[in-house]
Each structure stands twice: as C-alpha cells, then as structure tokens.
Design a protein around this ligand. Structure first.
Ligand code: UDX
Ligand code: UDX
Length: 465
C-alpha cells in the first residue's frame, strides 16, 4: 500500500476547508494543500487574523492555528498542488442546474468535470482521486472516463468519500464521526486505494467506524442519509400544522414518539422549514435519478418532503399576514435571524429568504438582525430570487446590527433562526419600543411563552394552537 505523503484538495469551501484542516491537524506527517480558483477565499484562509477565516465553525480557528504553515497550506496554484499530490480530493460545489436538461433538479457537474480535466492534464504519476462533493450516483464513472481518456496514461483510482458534516458542528462531526464511508472498485488497486484513505482516518477514528463499500453504494448512501433526515423534519412539520388546528402541542408529540427507541428523539424539532445547501439539493437529485430510471412513484414519494417544506415556509408567512389583520403593507416586521440555522453564517436555502420574499410580496417593510450574516449576503439572497428589482429589495429591507435598535416602532418580530442570544434579550425593553399590540412569531420555538405573555406580547409559535 502506497503511503500517502501529500494531499491536495480542490475547493476551499465549507466542506474542503474544515475537512482538510482536521486531516492536517491529525496527520502531521502528511502535507495538505487546499486550492481554490477563488483568490479572495484563499487569501482569507491565509489571513493572520484567525477571526477572518472565510468560514466560521466552532473549533476551526484553533485547529488552523496549529496546522497552518506546518503541514496545512492554502494556495491558488492548483496545477502545482495536483502535480505533487498522491491523493486528490474534489470538493467543489455542485449546485442544482439552472439550465437545460434536469433544470431545477439535477446537480450541475460542470465544476467537477473541469477538475477532472485539470487533474488529467497535470498528473504525471498515479493518483487516488476522491469525490468529496455530493454527487449523483455514477459520477465516479464519469470522472474515471475523463481521467482515463484525457490523461497521460497514469493510473487513477476513484473513490467516493461523502461528507456528513453539519454546519456549526463540522469540526466535532469530523473528529468524532459516527461513520466514514469509502466507496471504491473491488479490484486490487481499488482495494489498496480504499485502505490508503482508511488509514488516514484511522489516525483518529476506530477502524469499525470506517465502512468500505462499492462506489455506487457510497454515492447513494449520502443522498439517502440526507433524504431520511429531511424527511423527519417534514414529517414533524406536517404534524405541526395539525397541532395548530387542534389542542395538541408538537413538542409533546415529538417527545412521545421520540421515546420509542425505534424512532429516536433526534431531528424532530418542528421549525419554519429546513434550509442549508444539502437537504433540498440532495433530495432533488434523488428525485431526478429515480425519474431517470422510470421510477416515478419513488420520485414522487421523495418530492413530497420538499413540498411540505415549501408549504411550511409559506404557512409561516401566511400566519404572520393573517394575524396582523390580513395586511402587512407598510408594516415593520423585524426578522431575528437569517442564517439557515444557528452558529453559522451560511444562508443557503435558508427559510428566512423565502418567508421574507412572501412578506415583501405583501409590501411589508422588513428589518433583519442576524449576529453573523452580512448585509451584502442578505441582499444577494433576495436579489437571486429575481422576484423584484434590486432597488425594491433595498427600499423594503434594511439590515440592523443591533437587535434592540431594530425593533423601534415595529409591529412584529419573527424568529427565523434559533440563535441562543435571542433567549437572553431584554424582552421587556423590546416590548416597550414596539407598536401595540406587539406580536412575536416564533418559527423556531425558542422563546419562553409564559415570559412573553406576562410582558404583554401576542405570541405565536409553530406547532401550538
Ligand atoms: C460543496 C457542495 O455544495 C456539496 O454538495 C459537496 O458535498 C461539497 O462541495 P461546499 O464546500 O459547501 O460544498 O461548497 P462551497 O463552499 O461553494 O465551496 C466550493 C469551492 O470550490 C469554492 O470556494 C469554489 O471557488 C471552489 N471551486 C469551484 C474551485 O476551486 N474550482 C472549480 O472549478 C469550482
Ligand atoms: C446536513 C446534514 O445534517 C449533514 O449530515 C450533511 O452532511 C449536510 O446536511 P446541515 O445542512 O449543515 O447538515 O444542517 P442540519 O443541522 O442537518 O440542519 C438542516 C436544516 O434542518 C436546518 O435548517 C435546521 O434548522 C433544520 N432542522 C434540523 C429542523 O428544522 N429540525 C430539526 O429537528 C433538525
């Protein structure tokens, strides 16, 4: 088995950055170089001020502080890093296609293909190439074809090694992974490649947690894991609507069913809807694959998970409008939170974006406060929807740096992200600054109902009548 001395990772994003930092941290004898076409991003990864890393993850900066410059490097010299590496991770983004066949569902593989062609052009000796990006089943085969047909007749082993990182806990998920999945060919060189990657993870994880499978199982398992997780959220969210019509409380229902050890307690928090870069995209991918094999019933089944999620976001917006006497035109509504969940500055597919869009259609004035998300990001998220002009978005939406200041003369507050700091705010003071009656719509079920009632708020939370 070849000992791996140098690793290159293409893509310094949410996945590549933290994953490579942990590998470098745990394997001081391996040189890890993370490359990216985005110069600004690489510059940020190299910033001497660790507060300015491009990604915020608890525990990340401490690890970067130890490994960077020792055996962890960030660079824009992609060809050089490929040339020197024994093992190359591909961790570039695979957005949902916005054009052509599979538009709105299939993953856009153009970046993956570019990477494969780049590797083929540069590589002068044998390489292990690892798909880290979540990809449709059978992408490994496509990568292999490109490498074999355009390469310099060196041997490429393709492995699938999906990530299971959740944002905000990425470092912990890497250090204490439930399992690591490595898919590869059953040939002797394929087995050797799997062992080489496995031995890297064995530097900090017990061998039993490293599953070796064939490539297709590994690729599919990643999509299925996310689909199952998202399905649980849509399931409990569908029940939250029913709870609001009856006198049931969704938290009590979730607890009652979660105590059944076959169901388990996790991922049963009703919310305004799941977001993030993975769930929707991976389900759409699963749906697309099923359809492409003529499995329409399977496709329709999984598509419902997204239908319910969209319904939940719209339902939250509708509740705000109907509660505010059927009109929000010109009314100031303050959003607490914009990120798709707490402890991250990531806003991809965040429910907040869609709830804002629905309320802006009703001519509401929105003020957003989020402790980590930048003003530019918030406007970029809204502009991307193309629902209205950029000027209109800037006229109707303002971004505030202060949760207390933002509520002056507001009609309502909507909690869109479960940031811990929202629980500790001075709610009496907030109440005193708002118009009366003062409404709070809790899309994350994080505030204390009794406290808010006592202060005088009209308080609504998802999943309770
Ligand atoms: C992405 C996918 O979204 C996810 O499905 C997959 O599992 C891993 O890759 P993420 O790391 O979150 O996840 O993406 P992103 O933060 O956008 O980072 C990708 C990086 O790749 C960007 O910095 C981009 O500049 C870089 N890139 C993209 C390249 O270096 N070369 C390319 O050709 C394309
Ligand atoms: C997810 C998977 O957890 C991870 O394994 C995979 O690699 C990438 O996708 P992530 O998107 O970072 O990770 O976040 P996650 O914590 O799973 O939450 C996704 C969304 O679901 C968030 O918007 C979150 O608020 C929401 N959620 C989660 C709920 O609404 N209720 C829950 O009970 C759990």
């Amino acid at each position: 088995m070849k000992t791996i001395k140098k690793i290159c990772c293409i893509g310094a994003g949410y996945v590549g950055g933290p994953t490579m930092s942990v590998i470098a941290f745990k394997c001081p004898d391996i040189q890890v170089t993370v490359v990216d076409i985005n110069k600004e991003r690489i510059k940020a990864w190299n910033n001497s001020d660790l507060e300015k890393l491009p990604i915020y993850e608890p525990g990340l900066k401490e690890i970067v502080a130890i490994a960077r410059g020792r055996n962890l490097f960030f660079s824009t010299d992609i060809d050089r890093a490929i040339d020197q590496a024994d093992m190359i991770f591909i961790s570039v983004n695979t957005p949902t296609k916005t054009y052509g066949k599979g538009k709105g569902q299939a993953a856009d593989l153009k970046y993956i293909e570019l990477c494969a062609r780049n590797i083929a052009r540069v590589a002068k000796d044998d390489k292990i190439v690892i798909e880290k990006s979540t990809l449709p089943v059978r992408t490994a085969q496509a990568i292999k074809n490109i490498l074999d047909n355009t390469g310099n007749h060196v041997n490429f082993e393709i492995l699938s090694n999906p990530e299971f990182l959740a944002e905000g806990t990425a470092i912990n998920d890497l250090l204490h992974a439930d399992r690591v999945l490595i898919g590869g060919d059953a040939t002797p060189s394929g087995e050797a490649a799997k062992q080489a990657l496995s031995s890297i993870y064995q530097n900090w994880l017990p061998k039993e947690r490293i599953l070796l499978t064939n490539v297709w199982s590994s690729e599919l398992s990643k999509l299925v894991a996310n689909a199952f997780l998202a399905q649980r959220i849509s399931s409990i969210n569908s029940i939250s609507a029913l709870c609001e019509k009856t006198d049931a409380n969704v938290a009590e229902v979730a607890k009652a069913i979660g105590l059944d050890s076959r169901i388990g307690p996790k991922f049963l928090n009703a919310s305004v809807g799941f977001g993030g870069s993975c769930f929707q995209k991976d389900i759409l991918n699963l749906v697309y694959i099923a359809k492409s094999y003529g499995l329409d019933e399977v496709a329709n089944y999984w598509e419902q998970v997204i239908t319910i999620n969209d319904y939940q976001k719209q339902r939250f917006a509708d509740t705000i409008v109907s509660t505010l006497y059927n009109t929000v035109a010109g009314k100031k509504i303050v959003f607490y939170g914009w990120a798709f969940k707490k402890d991250t500055n990531d806003t991809r597919e965040s429910a907040a974006i869609y709830v804002a869009d629905a309320l802006l259609e009703e001519q509401a004035e929105i003020v957003v406060y989020d402790p980590k998300v930048s003003e530019e990001q918030i406007y970029a998220d809204l502009d991307r929807l193309n629902t209205r002009s950029e000027q209109e978005n800037r006229r109707l939406v303002t971004v505030s740096k202060d949760p207390l200041e933002s509520v002056d003369n507001a009609h309502a507050i909507a909690v869109l992200t479960e940031w811990d700091e929202f629980k500790a705010l001075n709610w009496e003071k907030i109440y005193s600054k708002m118009l009366k009656p003062s409404f709070v719509f809790d899309g994350r079920r994080v505030l204390d109902r009794n406290t808010l009632h006592k202060i005088g708020f009209k308080y609504y939370r998802i999943g309770e009548s």
